[in-house]
Ligand binder design. Structure first.
Ligand SMILES: [Fe+2]
Length: 241
């Protein structure tokens, strides 16, 4: 069966519409969202509503909780756009889940806040390996996350470490990025396949949408990021760490 893993829609309507069309053609058996359905871009109610109505499960990301709990004053645009009911739903999103597929135990989460800091796939094993164990010391066979917005697939020992990329704010390749698992449900060993998928989308429209919503905080950085795939918010660029 096919399981679509999507994340980091970030208020980007054209990218989310492109994703929706692709999923309508592929018809995966399940769609799981790894969080950050709001923040950054201009159309947060749209991406929130799409995720909540089209995904079988939506996990929470650092932006979802930051906006949902109204942690940062500059985010007032998002609070007003989303309204109280959606903000409360953001607060209640679960942080992680797991799947048993093709005989593998697969851990799924957004990144932060499960991870203390932003982690990229080429960080040291000392940073990454702790996430392959649960609180009881039991092992996962794969860890799949988002957060860094940069698709990656790294073979660790004992399993795969996968970043599914970002639908609406992808780094590196500035396209609509997500992942597909082609697997068999259950604990019986079977082929395990991860596909990293990239779709071109109407980035000119995404820029127009952003310019039409000038109250979005750091809109200049958002536009530069969707045009170039280069992180533009002034924090250390973890792609070079
Ligand atoms: Fe994000």
């Amino acid at each position: 069966m096919l399981i679509a893993l999507v994340a980091d829609l970030h208020g980007n309507r054209p990218a989310t519409e492109t994703l929706a069309k692709d999923l309508a053609q592929i018809k995966p058996q399940r769609v799981i969202c790894l969080g950050d359905i709001v923040g950054k871009g201009p159309d947060n109610a749209f991406t929130f509503d799409w995720a909540m109505s089209h995904c079988d499960l939506v996990l929470g990301g650092n932006w979802d909780y930051g906006v949902g709990f109204q942690k940062f004053e500059p985010d007032v645009f998002y609070w007003e756009q989303l309204g109280q009911k959606r903000l409360q739903q953001l607060q209640q999103l679960p942080q992680e889940t797991e799947l048993w597929v093709s005989g593998r135990r697969v851990r799924l989460f957004h990144g932060r806040p499960i991870m203390d800091n932003l982690v990229v796939a080429h960080h040291g094993e000392d940073v990454i390996m702790p996430y392959f164990q649960d609180q009881n010391g039991q092992r996962y066979d794969a860890v799949i996350y988002a957060d860094a917005h940069r698709q990656a697939l790294r073979t660790m020992s004992p399993g795969l470490f996968v970043n599914i990329g970002s639908v609406g704010n992808a780094m590196g390749i500035p396209q609509c990025c997500y992942a597909l698992l082609d697997v068999t449900e259950g604990k019986a060993i079977a082929p395990f396949e991860v596909r990293l998928r990239q779709l071109d989308y109407d980035r000119d429209q995404a820029v127009k949408d952003a310019l039409a919503a000038p109250r979005v905080p750091r809109i200049d950085a958002y536009i530069h990021e969707i045009q170039t795939g280069i992180y533009s918010r002034g924090l250390p660029d973890t792609s070079t760490i």
